[in-house]
Design a protein around this ligand. Sequence first.
Ligand code: SAH
Length: 258
Amino acid sequence: MRGVRAAGGGRVYLIGAGPGDPELLTLKAARRLAEADVVLLDALVDRGVLAHARAGAAVVDVGKRGGCRSTPQAFIERLMVRLARSGRVVARVKGGDPFVFGRGGEEALALARAGVEFEVVSGLSAGIAAPARAGIPLTHRGVSDGLTLVTAHTHDGREPDWPALARTRTTLVVFMGVTAVERIVAGLLAGGMPDATPAAAIERATWPDERVVRAPLAGFAAAVRRARLASPALLVFGEAAGLGIACPRSVSDRLQAA
Ligand code: SAH
């Protein structure tokens, strides 16, 4: 942890790294990473982002990897406070956007309570980027009145009210929904969402091994299981999910060749 430290005292940058592809990192995130003495990396963050860190920066994996248990949240918060108080510049790098289902809010609160200087650096949420990869314009005019982001994995184990969510007339984007897909589909059908409503699942969006599965609502859970989709994946429900706007093959081949 030696090396030239940026001007100013210890502080923490809560950085969103985007959905996966390290090129989707913002310029601000890259600049903040370059200032860091210590980089705390979440599990879903591609290590390619470390290209922006200083050669001498310490890198700590604080996410779930190789079947190990993830680092407890309270420990991460204490670690950040301790490092910043000792004068270190800390880059806490999280997948997507730090304030979208990333527990970034809890970390910001812990830092604020401890009187530690911090900055939130927004990232591109998978909730926005993954549907785009599948050609789904989330708020297509005349098709969807808006966007609902929801997690299937609530902190107290309670299920979201799927039947109520079926009636919002918005595109519904579900985080952490693969294991619960049967219950989600059943709840949406119970809420009156038509059988034929388009649905899509996007696994590992923006990474080279990204996969997309599409099916009408009634057959969606079976399609997701057949494809053996796993985390990280995002589920999208609503008429916009049926658009699947793609670049014409001839054009994309030409662009790839260029
Ligand atoms: N803060 C993150 C979300 C963290 S919760 C964000 O804004 O994107 C983790 C969940 O996000 C995963 O279980 C999955 O549902 C979704 N997710 C994250 N990265 C993804 C990706 N590249 N492709 C598909 N889903 C992804």
